[in-house]
Design a protein around this ligand. Structure first.
Ligand SMILES: Nc1nc2c(c(=O)[nH]1)N[C@H]1C(S)=C(S)[C@@H](COP(=O)(O)OP(=O)(O)OC[C@H]3O[C@@H](n4cnc5c(=O)[nH]c(N)nc54)[C@H](O)[C@@H]3O)O[C@H]1N2
Ligand SMILES: Nc1nc2c(c(=O)[nH]1)N[C@H]1C(S)=C(S)[C@@H](COP(=O)(O)OP(=O)(O)OC[C@H]3O[C@@H](n4cnc5c(=O)[nH]c(N)nc54)[C@H](O)[C@@H]3O)O[C@H]1N2
Ligand code: SF4
Ligand SMILES: [Mo]
Length: 918
């Protein structure tokens, strides 16, 4: 080192340092330590003390760039943070958070600067060795890592021919053409869906596929996509975090929750571990794992018993007024009373007129409003309608809630009754209160019960619209243009259930059968594996839930299936299913790509055009492809285009004819022309422009405006019409229902707390109630294995990045409590084996007092090759399907993408753990 600092001896350095730290440098060139301004007069001490300053140029060169553009990251973090990207010779030299979003509401801090550490090192990660650079073809066995670099032309031609072969041999619909959650931006997603729609390929529901489906929310409200922006937290006076760890998993938005505390908001976190959000809460309720429904039902009981509920709201907005027959516990329907009556018209008992009247606003009602117009519906009592004895649904709900007092549930939840009572009162009395639900409850077998009880709690206390309510961070702002591009006229993909599709294809029931003790499961969750098997089969066979069997090939985009899915044999089973072909289109050689027949390199976040929105803030970010694609990578839009161009060419050469695929007419000889809208949308930039120009929320000229500033503000979103978006306010869900009495998209048009479907009846679940999850108690292994999301990666993306690795242990690790570690002879930093009858994996132990002695925690989505032996953490995970979610023939409970179909589960498998002797 040539600088004077290098020659400074230790004694001098310490002296200099202590003088500075004491603020004692009293010469005329010192800095005022308590002020941001230098003290006057200022001279440059550096030029005197450090003559050799050439090294500084290295940093200056970071700012040498020849072009600037914008991008966010298209992965499933929902951050959607605009970055400014500085580029020289096509290479990214620097990225900065854009921090230019305008303030929306003058009372609420703006959302700048958005970002997280992963986004901020993407300029490094995009050039790391795992980046895919060239199309490659497998030459060894699958997974053997023997590849041949091939040209795009060869890759696209061979894949196109194979698609045609599969079609000839097996017929349409035999290819899983799935785009996963790594590509949640508009043009990337549209590329994948349009490709599948033209081919007639199978796509799984992206939301339930990964385990993020909020079924309890859909059951109660009809639509789990209607949500709030995160700035709505700011003026809340009460927030419960349920299975939600935003300090780690909503990094750019978590500040609204801590800032809300300055307004007097009480923030409560409910979690079995002391997670980073619990640390920043006013109260941490350290509930027993899986016991949540019991606590929320107890809160409901307190709200009812202490008369903390809002009767007028309940009468107007909920179905608790609907009459239920005493003889069969079914809702009283018009079809019960009249020969030509409708099955979706219901009754209330009007106390004003002393008779039953039809409830306005249901699916079959001619009245499209919830307004009672003078009806005073009864909530209590017993009545007779045409000789049929009936009671309001409220009576059933209340009777069930009465089974769960804070005292009677304490043993299960581990939460003291005084806490339950206190928090129920605070929640009920708050002007604006939220239950903010993370996606981990969606991954619990009893998630539907947790969420249903939570929405009931919100509904009894009138927390809806601007007064808060149930918040799950998922929705779609202004995506109409994306949908327009996804679906060519008259063409649809074969959409199937996410969680259930994976369950059936991956034969996960075999793992469940092996792992769970059926008697214990019946006791704990209410059904045996055989019963579940029968329920699933019935749902599929009676076409309540679509699953396409007979898959022969996979073309997977941005989908790290072999990491995220559960079970030790999932990968091998899927590889058998994909016997004819597996193509992986990704930016990295991930654990799924390693087993592909062809790997196609996609342009990454800064290398392809796109537009993205998120539920959590109201800005659409433009990706302007500032950097040159690495190697020969191409945009997802262009990759799909190239395959279809070759398919069209080969179909013509092979003399393929147009054919009927059910009601859809397909023609492979014109498929590329259809993909590009007759040659008008031939690349990612054109696709991005098309989306913006076909989204009603945007104005003419917005594409150019977006390219100029990197983002657009969304002030109008027809898809979110019920939020009544206003330019100067956070977005609040269900305002149209709250303020204008518009019916909810449910069978009764009301917030739903009574479901009389026969499966709900069979499982004794017609009203919100409490059930356990499966848990280690339903297995023969002692500890819960749960696998939440990590601060240092978005799933497997950036998982192996060197900067992120330096912030943690540099290899996969599991969290173990010091007590459990002592019992098992496990030391911090030592290796452990986590195992059960299904499988095992090895990792490093990290001791953490914040978790329970009967739990083992590991943050998910390490790549499989990061583990010794290549067994990933999901190889010990068994899963079930929540039976209620298989219902597909009851009003709003019908298969609907993102909203209602069975979810993938995690977080409740039983394992054991032991130290690995060195
Ligand atoms: N940094 C980062 N951010 C991300 C992601 C990422 O991978 N990394 N992924 C994104 C995606 S797709 C998702 S789905 C979300 C997920 O993020 P979150 O919705 O926050 O869900 P998790 O991290 O899975 O789990 C949240 C918490 O649930 C708690 N929990 C576990 N078991 C129980 C229980 O029995 N009862 C209760 N009450 N709590 C329990 C644990 O404390 C855990 O910390 O994060 C998103 N954001
Ligand atoms: N045990 C357990 N398992 C879980 C969970 C859990 O909590 N516990 N969480 C589940 C949840 S909530 C989720 S969301 C899933 C996440 O699992 P996945 O949905 O598989 O998400 P990633 O691992 O991020 O994989 C996305 C892939 O997209 C690629 N990609 C990124 N950008 C692009 C692009 O522009 N083009 C293309 N073609 N590819 C791109 C990335 O490189 C990455 O390989 O995991 C689920 N699995
Ligand atoms: S990874 Fe997600 S949260 Fe992080 S900076 Fe990028 S968009 Fe934002
Ligand atoms: Mo997720």
């Amino acid at each position: 080192m040539g600088s004077k600092l290098g020659k400074m001896d230790r004694r001098q350095f310490v002296k200099w340092g202590s003088a500075v730290s004491a603020g004692m440098v009293a010469s005329n060139n010192s800095w005022g330590l308590s002020s941001l301004k230098p003290m006057e007069p200022l001279t440059d001490t550096l030029s005197k003390d450090y003559p050799y300053r050439g090294w500084e140029d290295i940093y200056r060169q970071e700012y040498e760039y020849d072009s600037v553009g914008y991008a966010a990251h298209c992965v499933n973090c929902h951050g959607n943070c605009a970055f400014k990207v500085l580029v020289k010779d096509g290479i990214v030299v620097r990225e900065e958070q854009l921090a230019q979003y305008p303030q929306i509401d003058s009372r609420i801090p703006d959302t700048n600067p958005r970002g997280c550490q992963k986004g901020a090192i993407h300029s490094q990660a995009m050039y790391e060795p795992d980046r895919l650079r060239y199309p490659m073809k497998r030459v060894g066995e699958r997974g053997e890592s023997k590849w041949q670099r091939i040209s795009w032309d060869q890759a696209a031609t061979e894949i196109a021919d194979k698609i045609l072969d599969i079609h000839e041999q097996y017929g349409p619909g035999k290819i899983l053409t799935h785009t996963g959650t790594g590509a949640l931006s508009g043009a990337r997603l549209a590329a994948g869906v349009r490709f599948a729609a033209l081919l007639g390929g199978v796509i799984e529901d992206q939301m339930t596929d990964v385990g993020d489906g909020q079924s309890g929310q859909t059951l109660a409200t009809g639509d789990c996509l209607q949500n709030f922006t995160s700035d709505a937290w700011f003026d809340a006076d009460y927030i419960i975090n349920s299975f939600h760890n935003p300090v780690m998993t909503r990094i750019p938005d978590a500040h609204y929750m801590t800032e809300a505390k300055y307004n007097g908001c009480r923030v409560v976190s409910v979690s079995p571990d002391y997670n980073p959000t619990a640390i920043r809460s006013d109260l941490w309720i350290n509930i027993n794992p899986g016991a949540d429904p019991f606590m929320y039902m107890a809160m409901v009981q307190v709200i009812l018993a202490e008369n903390l509920w809002d009767a007028a709201f309940v009468k107007e907005k909920t179905d608790l007024t609907l009459l239920v027959r005493n003889d069969n516990d079914k809702l009283l329907r018009q079809s019960d009373l009249q020969a030509d009556g409708k099955a979706d018209v219901f009754y209330m008992w009007d106390q004003a007129s002393g008779k039953a009247v039809t409830a306005p606003g249901s699916m079959g009602s001619d009245v499209k409003s919830l307004s009672l117009n003078g009806i005073d519906p009864a909530l209590e009592g017993e009545f007779e309608v045409d000789g049929i004895a009936v009671k309001p649904a409220f009576v059933h709900m209340r009777a069930e809630a009465n089974n769960y007092t804070p005292e009677s549930t304490e043993e299960k939840t581990g939460v003291h009754p005084s806490i339950v009572r206190d928090e129920a009162r605070r929640f009920a009395k708050a002007k604006k209160a939220f239950v903010v639900s993370g996606f981990a409850s969606a991954k619990m077998l009893n998630g539907i019960y947790i969420q249903w009880a939570q929405v009931l709690m919100c509904s009894l206390t009138g927390h809806l619209g601007e007064r808060g309510g149930y918040f799950s961070p998922y929705s779609m702002l202004s995506q109409e243009g994306v949908f327009g591009l996804c679906f060519p006229k008259g063409k649809m993909p074969r959409f199937e259930c996410g969680g259930l599709g994976e369950y059936v294809h991956g034969r996960k029931i075999d793992d469940a059968r092996k792992h769970y003790n059926s008697d214990k499961l019946k006791q704990r969750a209410g059904f045996t594996i055989d019963e579940l098997d029968e329920i699933i089969r019935h749902s599929i066979e009676s076409r309540q839930m679509p699953v396409y069997e007979g898959i022969k090939a996979g073309i997977l985009t941005a989908d790290n299936k072999f990491v995220r899915n559960k079970g030790p044999e999932y990968r091998e089973r899927m590889l058998k299913l994909f016997e004819e072909l597996l193509v992986v289109i990704d930016i990295r050689l991930n654990s799924t790509a390693q087993f592909a027949d062809y790997v196609l390199p996609a342009a990454a976040h800064y290398e392809a055009w796109d537009v993205r929105t998120t539920p959590l803030h109201r800005h659409a970010n433009l990706f302007t492809a500032p950097a040159k694609p690495v190697g020969e990578s191409k945009s997802d839009w262009n990759i799909k285009g190239l395959i279809l161009q070759k398919l069209q060419q080969r179909a013509q050469e092979r003399n393929f004819q147009a054919f009927e695929d059910g009601p859809i007419k397909r023609d492979f000889t014109t498929i590329y022309d259809e993909y590009t809208l007759q040659g008008t949308v031939t690349d990612d930039k054109a696709a991005t422009r098309w989306i913006i120009e076909h989204t009603p929320g945007f104005k003419p000229g917005d594409f150019e405006r977006g390219v100029e500033q990197g983002f657009l503000v969304v002030n109008n979103s027809p898809l979110q019409a019920d939020c009544k978006i206003e330019p100067n306010k956070p977005i609040h869900s269900w305002r149209a229902q709250d303020e204008d009495n518009k019916p909810f998209p449910t069978l009764s048009g009301r917030l739903t707390f009574y479901c009389d479907h026969e499966l709900f009846q069979r499982l004794d679940s017609c009203v919100p109630t409490a059930r356990w999850n499966s848990g280690p108690e339903a297995s023969d292994y002692p500890y819960t294995f749960y696998t939440p999301h990590t601060r240092w990666a978005i799933h497997s993306s950036w998982r192996s990045n060197k900067y992120m690795q330096r912030l943690q242990r540099g290899e996969p690790f599991v969290y173990v409590s010091p007590k459990l570690a002592a019992e098992k002879g496990i030391v911090d930093g030592g290796q452990v084996r986590v195992f059960n009858g299904l499988g095992e994996f090895q990792a490093q132990a990290k001791l953490m007092p914040g978790i329970r002695d009967n739990q083992v925690m590991m943050e998910h989505a390490w790549e499989r090759h990061q583990f010794k032996g290549g067994q990933g953490l999901n190889s010990v995970v068994a899963t079930l399907i929540q039976p209620l979610e298989t219902v597909g023939n009851w009003g709003h409970l019908k298969f609907e993408l993102y909203k209602w179909n069975p979810n993938s589960l995690a977080n409740e498998t039983g394992v054991d753990i032991e130290a690995v002797q060195a």
